[in-house]
Design a protein. Sequence first.
Length: 252
Amino acid sequence: LVVLAEALGLPVPAAIALIYGGAAAAAGHLSLPLVLIWALAAMTCGDLCLYFLGRYTGWGLLAFLCKVSASPETCILRSAESFYKKGKITLVIAKFVPGLNTMAPPLAGSMKMRLGQFLRFDVMGALLYTSAYILAGFLFHGLVASFTSGILAAQHAVGLVIVAGVLAYIAYRAWLYRKWSIYRVVPRIKVQELAERLATDSDHVLVADVRSHGYYDAGAERIQGSMRLEPNNLPEEVKKLPRDKDIFVYCT
């Protein structure tokens, strides 16, 4: 259940659960093959759910996932760029990269990756991830047992550390929310309103395409008359923009 929860994007430590599963198998309490099979099945099921959600909701799910990330203004840009450059390899290594582990399956779905291709590489990545931590727990079960005994012997101190960690995390999230709140009040325009501006006052309007890679290719269709800005080089790109026009940008 912990592995499935992490695969679905919940902030739970699946790696720790896998390590303890491996240690339990070494102690004879669980079957090692069954631990690996169940962990692999749980992770793959969670990834499949996000894949289909990404395929049928597209931006909606990705935007929600990025709202709870550490850097919401660059979340999709960086994830999509990584997926665009490394493609299938991203699915294999994504589980080991915080943030990308949750974003990779819905990104694959939103980019219309074929289901068979997604499953092939996702299962490879899930197998690599689960087996690495399960085998670590299996091989070092003595160390895991000693660590657990130490925690049980110092329950009060551990409890205080956990409470302090939770409070620090809440404070950090509050700081991030305030820091990035400016992006929540950016002026927006409806499609029909922009179309009317372009039809009646096109000389004083500029539309810029800043879609991230993976959602934009060289031959992709754009709004007629719009210009392309490279999202990874915006500080330089904005220097090309005229100062005497109203500028509207659109992205994924």
